[in-house]
Design a protein around this ligand. Structure first.
Ligand code: TMP
Length: 213
């Protein structure tokens, strides 16, 4: 039988819907961690040359859209590659790993958004990922606010071009995961100004690290 997921205290992930403001927060978290430790920063889907190619396939709206099964498996293929080539080696070196999205995104987007069976996602997670973060910061923003921000940036990719109802389901799935895993998740109100969101995220990271110490 596949062993249960291994919690990795030095793996920190950032999650949220479209337009939640992850970039500013990532920069602040990275700067905070780099004050006293080596940090490997990465993103999902992506983070290795092969996984970045899978990302392009997934987000490109100009070709045949993958069915939900293919979309999920491609997300997990990219994730398996990232875990094997980047995340595990970095954790073994003693780095902190900061990832812009991780497996929670598959539960939220493919499970919540597309309605894929959550139990099947859990099987893939145990079989092909094997680890989970010690801390997950969820930037929560009302869907209309997030989509307006994302549209303001222009150039919407295939997933960003989904309907609002899809993103409402994504948001609910993220919040449900946060409610059922309060020891791992911190939910941050991302409708605040960017500087306040970043400050709240850094405070949550500091509180987490002081609990670990
Ligand atoms: P991002 O750069 O905005 O985070 O783009 C990644 C997109 O991929 C975003 O729309 C969320 C989506 N996604 C999934 O649908 N499932 C996943 O497992 C991951 C990691 C991302």
């Amino acid at each position: 039988m596949t062993p249960p997921l291994e919690s990795q205290p030095r793996l920190v992930t950032l999650e949220g819907g479209e337009g939640a403001g992850k970039s500013t927060v990532l920069a602040a978290l990275r700067a905070e961690l780099e004050r006293d430790a080596p940090v490997t920063c990465t993103r999902e889907p992506g983070g290795t040359p092969l996984a970045e190619r899978i990302r392009s396939l997934l987000l490109d709206a100009s070709h045949e859209a993958p069915c939900v099964q293919s979309e999920l498996l491609l997300m997990f293929a990219a994730r398996a590659q990232l875990v094997c080539h980047v995340v595990r080696p970095a954790l073994e070196r003693g780095d902190w790993v900061l990832s812009d999205r991780f497996t929670d995104a598959s539960y939220a987007y493919q499970g919540g958004g597309r309605g894929f069976d959550m139990q099947a996602i859990a099987l893939l997670e145990r079989e092909f990922v094997g680890i989970e973060p010690g801390l997950t910061l969820l930037l929560d923003v009302p869907v209309d606010v997030g989509l307006a921000r994302a549209r303001g940036r222009g150039g919407m990719d295939r997933i960003e071009s989904e309907q609002e109802a899809f993103f409402e389901r994504v948001r609910e799935a993220y919040l449900a995961r946060a409610r059922s895993r309060p020891q791992r998740f911190v939910v941050i109100d991302a409708s605040q100004p960017a500087a306040d969101v970043a400050a709240a995220a850094v405070a949550a990271l500091r509180a987490y690290r002081s609990r670990l110490a």
